[in-house]
Design a binder for this molecule. Structure first.
Ligand code: IPE
Ligand code: IPE
Ligand code: MG
Length: 254
């Protein structure tokens, strides 16, 4: 009966504005979402994988060029051992089962972060997944795992000085940039954090300098295509000034 049918949501019109080229997401709130449903935290992580699949598909449809998601921070090792080990297992399992789908969908996969604390099996699978998808030309999906913004700037500085010891006397941002983990991508245009917290939690510190920051109370398992569209509609209302004033933005000479 029509009366009981849920009125389908109005599609949000995103065609009038710019689609962000690079979206970065802190997928937070899995544990609390599960707890609220009297389920173990790991149930939330499992549901989080479904949400990620939805968001990847939605980004692909919109021809977003880069999607970067925070899966495990350098500080997440501090969690109870059984949760950490579940998350490592889930990462391994999802990588293994999704490689074929990524191939089919022309997705290029990149993993950023430290690898020296991962199992040999996981490192091998990461390398395989990156190699297999390296020549794909569609969405570039980056998963940040054992990643920290502080670590990124530190490792970049060390690598730069190892390559060019002469720079010890002084260097510019453009010297450092190529050594940062995300050197292959433009800085994120839109940052999304689910789960209600309004912080960066050591995610892409350098790269978020001029990113538009969108926070939602929805938990990550509740986020999907429609919520992504809402965040992009919000993004399209922002005026990005990069230090200038409004009047300069329409002036093509600047
Ligand atoms: C994000 O959800 C996933 C990871 C950090 C791996 P949380 O596990 O942080 O969930 P909450 O924030 O405790 O609800
Ligand atoms: C950030 O979430 C890291 C990931 C989503 C992977 P956290 O849940 O670890 O962040 P804090 O500890 O609440 O800042
Ligand atoms: Mg959290």
């Amino acid at each position: 009966m029509a009366l009981f049918n849920r009125v389908s949501e109005q599609e949000i019109d995103l065609t009038q504005g710019k689609i962000p080229q690079h979206i970065a997401i802190i997928m937070d709130g899995n544990g609390r979402w599960a707890k609220k449903r009297m389920m173990p935290r790991i149930y939330g992580h499992k549901k989080g994988v479904d949400a990620l699949r939805d968001v990847i598909r939605a980004c692909d449809e919109l021809q977003v060029a880069y999607l970067t998601v925070f899966a495990f921070s350098s500080e997440n090792w501090r969690r109870p051992a059984d949760e950490v080990s579940f998350l490592m297992g889930l990462f391994l399992q999802v990588l293994d089962s999704e490689i074929e789908r990524m191939q089919r969908n022309n997705i290029r996969l990149k993993i950023i972060g430290r690898r020296d604390q991962f199992s040999a099996e996981l490192v091998q699978l990461i390398e395989l997944a990156e190699q297999k998808t390296a020549n794909n030309t569609g969405l570039c999906l980056t998963i940040a795992a054992d990643y920290g913004g502080h670590w990124d700037v530190m490792q970049a500085t060390q690598a730069m000085l190892r390559d060019q010891p002469g720079l010890l006397a002084g260097f510019a941002e453009t010297d450092l940039q190529p050594y940062l983990s995300m050197a292959y991508a433009p800085d994120p245009d839109l940052f999304i954090r689910t789960g209600g917290e309004q912080r960066i939690s050591n995610f892409l510190l350098w790269q978020l300098a001029y990113t538009e920051l969108y926070f939602t109370d929805l938990a990550w398992p509740e986020f999907g295509r429609e919520q992504l569209h809402q965040s992009i509609a919000w993004f399209q209302q922002r005026e990005r000034r990069f230090g200038r004033i409004s009047e300069q933005l329409s002036d093509s000479s600047c």
